[in-house]
Design a protein around this ligand. Structure first.
Ligand code: ZN
Length: 273
């Protein structure tokens, strides 16, 4: 599943090239997770001002404050090129512009392209309104506010991170990793985490996600169930996907736990509740 770093890498890959382009048409394939919300012709003639990101949403700013939201879902990927082959069976949204085609390829169709009148549009608020702050450096991820948010919740810290309301981008793999790096058991109530460990957790989130973006998102693929594949993440993971293998810090076997139907990996010796 594309995680925040992969979405940011995607954004960087086409934002400059599409800025200033004029939309000439839209081609829709099979239905995606949410409908576009307008007649495809509505977009023709609009100019793309730029591409921003909030959480795992890409925001294409168009003329007059109009906004096209894109989400990659479980299996989506975007390409922007002047010369793309004809749309295939898994290509469900093409934004044609005078500089090329932006194409959403999405076999499982959990992704979406949603037209809105701006960030105040109810449709945009529904999708973006609950998102926590951004985790990458320089984007306002403040430690005091983060710690105050932790103090306010008795839910297990892993669940609080995955919910994305305090900070976005800590998906399932990253949650296991940052909790290991900060010595916190995934089941620890968020409110029980003191300032010292909260500080380490905050730093780990920034560091791990920023590094993943630097690495081009290649650390992100969810290798669960694909035994033996030698992806970057697998080589680097401290705990994720390493059940039964020795902890890289203390040697104790890494354990697997199910939390809210998601796999959580942790070291029972290095991580405390
Ligand atoms: Zn350990």
């Amino acid at each position: 599943m594309p995680e925040l770093p992969e979405v940011e890498v995607t954004r960087r890959g086409f934002a400059d090239a599409i800025a200033g382009a004029t939309v000439t048409g839209v081609r829709l394939g099979k239905p995606l997770r949410w409908p576009l919300g307008c007649e495809p012709g509505t977009l023709a003639g609009r100019r793309v001002q730029g591409v921003r990101r909030r959480g795992k949403y890409l925001l294409l700013d168009l003329d007059n404050g109009l906004l096209l939201l894109l989400h990659l879902g479980m299996s989506g990927s975007l390409r922007f090129a002047a010369d793309l082959p004809p749309a295939g069976v898994h290509d469900h949204f093409d934004l044609h512009t005078d500089r090329g085609v932006l194409r959403l390829h999405d076999p499982r169709r959990f992704g979406a392209a949603v037209w809105t009148t701006g960030e105040d549009d109810p449709r945009a608020r529904k999708l973006l309104g609950q998102l926590g702050v951004e985790p990458l450096p320089g984007e306002g991820f403040d430690f005091q506010a983060f710690h105050a948010g932790l103090r306010a919740s008795r839910a297990p810290i892993k669940q609080v991170l995955l919910a994305g309301r305090l900070v976005v981008g800590v998906g399932n793999i990253y949650a296991s990793e940052v909790l290991f790096l900060s010595g916190i058991a995934p089941t620890a109530p968020a409110s029980s985490i003191g300032p010292r460990r909260a500080r380490r957790l905050h730093a780990a989130i920034v560091q791990v996600l920023a590094r993943a973006v630097e690495r081009g998102g290649s650390t992100l693929r969810d290798f669960a169930g694909t035994d033996g594949s030698a992806g970057h993440f697998q080589l680097e993971a401290s705990v994720y996907g390493r059940e039964g293998q020795p902890c890289r810090a203390c040697g104790a076997p890494i354990r697997l736990l199910r939390q809210g139907q998601r796999s959580t990996y942790f070291c029972p010796r290095c991580q405390r509740a």
